[in-house]
Design a protein around this ligand. Structure first.
Ligand SMILES: [Zn+2]
Length: 324
């Protein structure tokens, strides 16, 4: 039996409670090889678009064992992910030339992206998929040295890329792009925005990437000012979420505005406005307000705020909403 991630409110987060990444072993080729060919090896397969292979008839990853890997994908070099319970996990990332459809048929599997699978798989497998997807994306996008242009070679069981130009030999490391996401409130109302092209009624918390020279709190204040013109006063950390779509870490905050004056500056949003808890509850009930899905930290920021400010249960409100 493998340990299970304790109830962790943010999807894809909390994997370190169960998974031992054993990063100190990544450079030990003999140890990695022994694990890769062991009976406990489990291979998580991703296609070139980062979609995972799932069992056809149940909500679970279609995990390959070593014999299947040898038979179907003998030339693919696996990346070591870590140990979870009695299983040692490896990533197998297909390239664009691979026939993913034929492979899915051979494995009696179906392919699914992280957004859909993230709401379907259990917390542990969803988080493993997110980890593997982030690593595979970096490997696929990082093939030439940014200094000299030389080809890169994956080392450290897939977690480093080394320049093959001996005069350079620089190392590249998997990158994670920090993004801030924040629920801004002012005297009982919260600030939400919507982007052009979103489904009717969809409103979400504001968000944006951290820039060089910024602390996370600086990024919160700048993004809110640029997108809505609202001046942010206090900023408090809430929680974070891996978001490998394709390479982000979402860092969530609760913030307080100095006033309600809105003046759109960068036109990144189609609209921004203040909502009271009652307006949100009424909007969900009549179908005019559509929160983001339970996959995202935006959903949790809003859920926590509604609970704390008005005792409202977002999940219950959505369950009672009319079908879209
Ligand atoms: Zn180089």
């Amino acid at each position: 039996m493998s340990p299970v991630i304790p109830a962790c409110p943010n999807r894809f987060a909390g994997l370190s409670r169960a998974l031992d990444r054993s990063s100190e072993r990544r450079g030990d080729a003999a140890w990695i090889a022994a694990r890769a060919h062991g009976a406990q090896a489990g291979y998580l397969l991703l296609d070139a678009n980062g979609e995972a292979f799932l069992e056809r008839d149940r909500a679970a990853l279609r995990v390959l064992d070593d014999a299947e890997r040898e038979r179907l994908l003998p030339s693919l070099v696996p990346s070591f992910l870590g140990m979870l319970g009695d299983r040692t996990w490896f990533l197998l990332a297909l390239d664009a030339a691979s026939d993913a459809e034929a492979l899915a048929a051979a494995l009696h599997a179906r392919r699914m992206g992280l957004r859909a699978a993230g709401l379907l798989l259990d917390a542990e497998q969803a988080a493993l998929f997110a980890y593997a997807k982030g690593l595979a994306h970096w490997q696929r996008e990082t093939r030439f040295c940014p200094y000299c242009g030389g080809p890169l070679l994956l080392v450290a069981a897939g977690h480093r890329a080394e320049c093959t130009n001996a005069d350079c030999a620089r190392l590249q490391f998997p990158r994670v792009d920090a993004a801030v996401i924040m629920l801004v409130e002012h005297e009982g109302a919260c600030l939400l925005g919507r982007q052009t092209g979103w489904p009717p009624g969809r409103w979400s918390t504001l968000a944006g990437f951290v820039e060089p020279g910024e602390a996370l709190e600086d990024a919160v204040r700048r993004e809110v000012a640029e997108e809505s013109g609202v001046i942010v006063d206090a900023v408090h950390y809430h929680s974070s979420q891996p978001w490998p779509l394709p390479a982000s870490l979402m860092v969530g905050f609760m913030a307080t505005a100095a006033s309600r004056a809105i003046a759109m500056r960068d036109l990144e949003l189609e609209a921004a406005r203040w909502f009271t808890p009652q307006e949100i509850a009424d909007g969900i009930a009549d179908g005019s307000f559509v929160p983001s899905t339970a996959l995202s930290i935006s959903h949790r920021l809003l859920a926590d705020w509604l609970q704390q400010r008005a005792g409202l249960d977002l999940a219950a409100l959505m369950a009672a909403a009319p079908a879209p």
